[in-house]
Design a protein around this ligand. Structure first.
Ligand SMILES: Nc1nc2c(ncn2[C@@H]2O[C@H](COP(=O)(O)OP(=O)(O)OP(=O)(O)O)[C@@H](O)[C@H]2O)c(=O)[nH]1
Length: 760
């Protein structure tokens, strides 16, 4: 995107690309071999500058005397991408959308807008603080995969170019002519913006499948425009700090850190971004520059209070100062278990990304976690590092602030009740609310418009309706697609009630696919959300034919399957039918607990408070995996949904497991489509058994308990999905074995050639 410069100003060029933890963290740590599909833009930019040596980068933004022309900005999207947050995908889970999405929509990569936006601002700030480049970058080239839609349109060898600026297009095309890189100019069809209207965010981040790369580009354009004008106005006001010495700047940062009011920032940045001069593009109360209020207005996300986290500073052999993860809480004890892993990974990622930027930089580490006493907390540490290898300064003020919203941390379990048409969902809801359990239960019903009120009428809520604390009807669409936002709002209202609920039942339509619901409800423990996904229950009856794909998915994602109407089965086909049905279910999902019932009359302890997605629930998971030891693996190339179990005795590297899983879950390695996945892992250098859970592309690996002495340490993973290939899974799994050697491969890209050719 080109941003028009001021009169008389020499223009700078900013290369921008999105990076996330799956990308940059692994990338810098494990080498380029770990590059993920998503976020490659960031990698391209990193790669260019890394290849030539960071010393070559001139942050003046005008080429200067360095061999590279331009400025590289790898912006790491926190909050909206979820990738940088402790716990990995937690934020996305809440948002319930794809990678990097921060408007209300399905696809990711649009966070490039924020990348470009903040990147542009930071470059300006970087220039200012170094006292060199007073001009901002006037041209920005954002390298983005645009969710891959451009590859669908143009194939793998031609890159699409979107810009409203003909001069910049000409420049880029002349560079492409010189380098032999193939580019094709794509239209920015403004009328497509109509498909991106949102009732929740300022716009959705995707217009759907059609014209996917165009709507992605429009989204970027939309977000960038206006921002720079605002920034320019602010910059004028802030020029006074241009000549600030570095010592003053440290002081300035230190003051900002200690003085700011964290209640003003959102949980994406806790005011860090919005308070820094030049980054506050809008008032903090409306959200900071990182999320524009989108994250902080979501339920459950504005409930964290910050505390301080210790970062050590050491000198490298070359005398360069570098911060390092100490594993200690400031003034407190050791950070343990899941949090330690989470923070360590996050730290690695953040450190590398920002140090790689090679300028005066504030390194920051923060994240969400539970303290042992149950308080919600955000951990924060900060190191300010000098650009050219000078002394590092550790800022050691402890930051603490009270959180007014976080008095009650009890979490309400949500049971999703799904099942094909007429399978008995309402019968089960009826049974639950009419049973003796002493719980305050709310029911969320999802109905299509024409059925409005019918479902509710069919449920007998006792005399005067006293048995149900709250009814919420989500009409006019299926909960897994069109009314997902209403679901979030409904949950928010329910958990904010004065009187706490004990449980929420969510009855879907017969055609719902539970996967998107799981991604909305399955939250990170660290996020301290007020709701948690307790389990997905699927009602199954004999007549649910396998020819209905929804019925397949409902079984594949289920934690509990109620084989209902067994009275009819016994009456109509007494011999062997029940066993056959059970076998059929187990072929699809051998991890689910199958319960037989007549009119859903069953023991509630088997279906409520199952904690199927909790990190602490390892024993149940282990038992399930034990039963799956002898799974049949025949007939594996069949496209139907089925279960496959692989095991590997040797310890695995956690980072490699993540890379491996992401290739399977995100990139669909070997054409496999994994719906659901559970496992226990033997992680190298750890005495704890780790559990793995995945629903679609969302996954979680957490340490669960210490390995027992008498136990044989083992990795065992069960996959449920389509086109599963045991050979590919087992072979590729071997690549996760812990090894001290790392292969680093360097990928030269289109961006690399262009970067050296485009004259800013
Ligand atoms: N014989 C028999 N009938 C049952 C059983 N369970 C439910 N039914 C009946 O099956 C019919 C459908 O049950 P519902 O609970 O309404 O099923 P549902 O899944 O909510 O249906 P939809 O919302 O239309 O998808 C009702 O007439 C129930 O009385 C059972 O175990 N045996």
């Amino acid at each position: 995107m080109a941003i028009g410069g001021r009169e008389g100003e020499q223009s700078g060029l900013l290369w921008s690309g999105r990076g996330g933890i799956g990308v940059c963290g692994n990338f810098w740590w494990w080498g380029l071999a770990a590059v993920r599909w998503s976020g490659r833009g960031g990698i391209r930019v990193c790669g260019n500058f890394w290849w030539w040596g960071l010393a070559a980068v001139r942050w003046s933004g005008r080429g200067g005397s360095g061999p590279l022309k331009g400025v590289g900005g790898i912006e790491t999207c926190e909050g909206w991408g979820g990738e940088f947050r402790p716990g990995g995908w937690g934020w996305q889970r809440w948002l319930g959308r794809g990678r990097g999405g921060f408007g209300g929509g399905g696809d990711g990569d649009r966070s490039g807008a924020v990348v470009v936006r903040i990147g542009g601002q930071r470059e300006r700030r970087g220039g200012r603080s170094c006292g060199r480049a007073r001009n901002p970058a006037e041209k920005i080239i954002d390298l983005a995969t645009l969710t891959g839609a451009c590859v669908v349109a143009l194939g793998p060898s031609i890159a699409g170019v979107f810009t409203p600026n003909d001069a910049l297009a000409k420049e880029v095309f002349s560079a492409s002519g010189a380098t032999g890189e193939k580019l094709w100019r794509m239209p920015l069809e403004e009328s497509y913006l109509d498909s991106m209207k949102s009732g929740v965010a300022d716009m959705v981040n995707t217009g759907g499948r059609q014209g996917g790369s165009i709507t992605a580009a429009l989204f970027l354009k939309q977000k960038i425009e206006g921002c720079f004008e605002l920034f320019r106005q602010q910059q004028d006001a802030q020029m006074t700090v241009n000549n600030t010495t570095q010592a003053q700047l440290f002081e300035e940062l230190r003051n900002l850190i200690t003085q700011r009011n964290h209640d003003q920032g959102c949980t994406a940045c806790l005011g860090w971004l919005c308070d820094l001069p030049g980054l506050a593009v809008q008032p903090a109360r409306a959200g900071c520059a990182a999320c524009q209020g989108w994250l902080c207005s979501l339920p459950g996300l504005a409930t964290l209070k910050p505390i301080y986290f210790e970062i050590g500073v050491a000198k490298t052999k070359k005398g360069k100062a570098r911060g390092h993860f100490t594993g200690r809480e400031k003034g407190g004890g050791e950070v343990l278990g899941a949090r330690k892993e989470v923070f360590r990974n996050w730290w690695l990622c953040r450190r590398w990304c920002l140090v790689a930027a090679g300028r005066l930089v504030a390194l920051e580490i923060w994240g969400c976690g539970s303290r042992e006493n149950g308080d919600a907390a955000v951990w924060r540490g900060m190191v300010v590092e000098q650009r050219s290898g000078g002394e590092a300064i550790e800022i050691d003020e402890t930051i603490s602030s009270q959180n007014p919203h976080n008095d009650d941390l009890s979490v309400v379990g949500v049971t999703v009740i799904t099942g094909y048409l007429g399978a008995g969902k309402s019968t089960l809801v009826n049974h639950i609310i009419n049973s003796e359990h002493g719980k305050k239960i709310a029911v969320i019903l999802n109905e299509f418009g024409e059925e409005l009120g019918v479902e509710r009428a069919m449920i007998n809520e006792g005399d005067g309706g006293a048995l149900v604390e709250e009814w919420v009807e989500l009409a006019n669409g299926c909960i897994c697609c069109t009314v997902k936002h209403s679901l979030v709002q409904a949950l928010e209202q329910l958990v904010q009630r004065k009187e706490r609920l004990d449980h929420i039942l969510l009855e879907t339509t017969g055609l719902a696919n539970p996967a998107p619901l799981a991604s909305v409800l399955w939250l990170d423990d660290q996020l301290e959300s007020s709701v948690r996904l307790d389990s997905i229950i699927t009602l199954k009856q004999r007549d649910d034919s396998s020819s209905f794909p929804e019925a397949y998915y409902q079984i594949a994602f289920a934690d509990i399957i109620i084989l209902n109407k067994v009275d009819l089965l016994a009456r109509e086909q007494p011999e062997g039918t029940l066993e056959d049905l059970e076998k059929e279910i187990h072929k699809i999902n051998s991890l689910a607990n199958v319960i037989h019932s007549v009119r859903c009359q069953l023991d509630l302890s088997k279906i409520l408070d199952c904690h199927a997605y909790d990190a602490t629930h390892a024993s149940h998971l282990e038992a399930l995996l034990e039963e799956n030891q002898s799974l049949s693996t025949g007939d594996l190339h069949d496209a139907s949904v089925r279960t496959l179990c692989i095991s590997e005795p040797q310890a695995m590297s956690l980072d490699k497991v993540r890379i491996w899983l992401e290739e399977i879950l995100w990139d669909k390695k070997g054409g496999m489509d994994v719906n659901h996945c559970k496992g226990i892992l033997n992680i190298s250098n750890s005495d704890e058994l780790h559990t793995l859970q995945a629903v679609r592309e969302i996954y979680d690996i957490v340490p669960s308990r210490a390995w027992k002495k008498e136990e044989t340490r083992m990795n065992k993973i069960v996959f449920i999905g389509q086109c599963l290939d045991e050979e590919i899974l087992a072979d590729s799994c071997k690549s996760c074995k812990f090894s001290a050697f790392i292969l680093v491969a360097v990928d030269l890209s289109i961006a690399m050639n262009l970067c050296n050719t485009v004259v800013p």
